[in-house]
Design a protein around this ligand. Structure first.
Ligand code: HEM
Length: 396
């Protein structure tokens, strides 16, 4: 079979129209086998739910180990990190951290997360103004991940700055120099890590970093691998959960009937969170690369092809979700792929769900007259991370 190429396909991951609303573009992809494009690199787009799930379940063909030229690899400064490894390295690394994210450990964090949410919202109440991104969606996950990592949550603003600067790298074309501030953020983050590492080695706590340092002392991990986890969790646990809270609140505000339903029956919160994750998912795309020539879902793929797995598209595929564009907080079943699928399934999914429920639940409880403010929220100019720059709300 001839390999398909469609150089003229209107796929431009820097196009502002696409970035503000990628869903119309995804619709064009459902009706056909995966498309191969000659972009900065030969790239296959997977959009259909069945294709996305099949690829994510086949790490032997679709590898997570980065191709050298892909800028995303540099986010981690070249250190080995769980999300960019394949078995058997992935299996070993994942086993070491699974325990720290076991459901029991996550449940233990609930009172502290509620306390953080309450403190943040008390400040809002006093000020009488509510900017949902700045006031809760951004600080809450950063403060929580800081505590998971054994870092004073008061350092969260510094954390947030690094994480934003590092993530910017995925918004520049492959092969171009990293954005301004990238190296500075990486160096600052590294220096901070080293200092915390030395401190926790001498004063171990009940946190994840202390646990990883102990594993390193038993030779189960290298120093670089500990550094890689620190970096990954800082990034993975931050922006993503921020955008679940922001996109989720925004979705509720644009669907007053669903908001009303949730207010009347808060027990719907778990299924509402799943629908927020599906309907406007924070991680729109994940990357893989093809390690052997193969035919996949009717498309021949050559080894070396970059695969853009469109989790955000799969979540709106009408073949999987009836009335897929409808935001329905009671949707069941709802097997979305917002947290991925297969061996790399999000390590922090239970934590993110809990943070999302507590943040959104607390906002609704605290502000019975909550509604959108006058200024229109805008989406960040990022292709793989979907989230809002601002979300002004009225609470009076
Ligand atoms: C709503 C919030 C979140 C979303 C939407 C999300 C999404 C994802 C996705 C799609 C993946 C799979 C990546 C791939 O297949 O290449 C992933 C992996 C991962 N996530 Fe999350 N995530 C969220 C929150 C978190 C949190 C709070 C943490 C940590 C505290 C976390 C830690 C991780 C880690 C460590 C991995 C890599 C797992 C592996 O490679 O085995 N995530 N996440």
């Amino acid at each position: 079979m001839e390999e398909q190429t469609a150089a003229q396909t209107p796929f431009d991951r820097f196009d502002p129209t696409f970035l503000s609303d990628p869903y119309p573009f995804y619709k064009m992809l459902y009706g056909q086998p995966p498309m191969v494009l000659e972009l900065e690199m030969r790239t296959a787009l997977l959009a259909r739910y069945a294709d996305v799930v099949a690829a994510l379940r086949d790490p032997n063909t679709f590898s997570s180990a980065p191709i050298r030229q892909i800028s995303q690899a540099h986010i981690f400064g070249g250190v080995p990190t769980l999300i960019l490894t394949d078995p058997p390295v992935h299996t070993r690394l994942r086993r070491l951290v699974n325990q720290a994210f076991a459901p029991r450990r996550i449940r233990e964090m609930e009172p502290r997360i509620r306390q953080i949410a309450d403190e943040l919202l008390t400040k809002v109440e006093r000020a009488g103004r509510f900017e949902a991104m700045k006031d809760i969606a951004e600080p809450l996950p950063t403060m929580v991940i800081a505590e998971v990592l054994g870092i004073p949550s008061s350092d969260y603003q510094m954390f947030k700055q690094w994480s934003d600067a590092l993530l910017e790298v995925s918004n520049v074309p492959v092969g171009s120099p990293p954005p301004a501030g990238f190296h500075e953020a990486l160096d600052a983050e590294r220096a901070y890590f080293k200092q915390r590492y030395e401190y926790l080695r001498r004063n171990p706590g009940n946190d994840l970093m202390s646990m990883l340092i102990q594993a390193q002392e038993k030779d189960a991990l290298t120093f670089d691998e500990v550094a890689g986890f620190f970096n990954l969790l800082l990034l993975a646990g931050n922006e993503t959960t921020t955008n679940l809270i922001g996109n989720g609140l925004y979705a509720l505000m644009r669907h007053p009937d669903q908001l009303e339903l949730l207010r009347r029956d808060p027990s719907l919160m778990p299924s509402a969170i799943e629908e927020m994750l599906r309907w406007d998912c924070p991680v729109q795309a994940t990357g893989r690369n093809v390690v052997r020539d193969c035919e996949f879902a009717g498309t021949p793929l050559r080894a070396g092809t970059v695969v853009v797995v469109l989790n955000g598209a799969a979540n709106r595929d009408p073949a999987q979700f009836p009335d897929a564009d409808r935001f329905d907080i009671r949707r069941a079943p709802n097997d979305h792929v917002a947290f991925g699928e297969g061996i790399h399934f999000c390590l922090g999914a239970a934590l993110a769900r809990m943070e999302g429920s507590i943040a959104i639940g607390s906002v609704l409880e605290r502000f019975p007259r909550l509604r959108l403010g006058e200024v229109e929220p805008i989406y960040k100019k990022s292709f793989n991370v979907r989230g809002l720059v601002n979300l002004p709300m009225r609470i009076d």
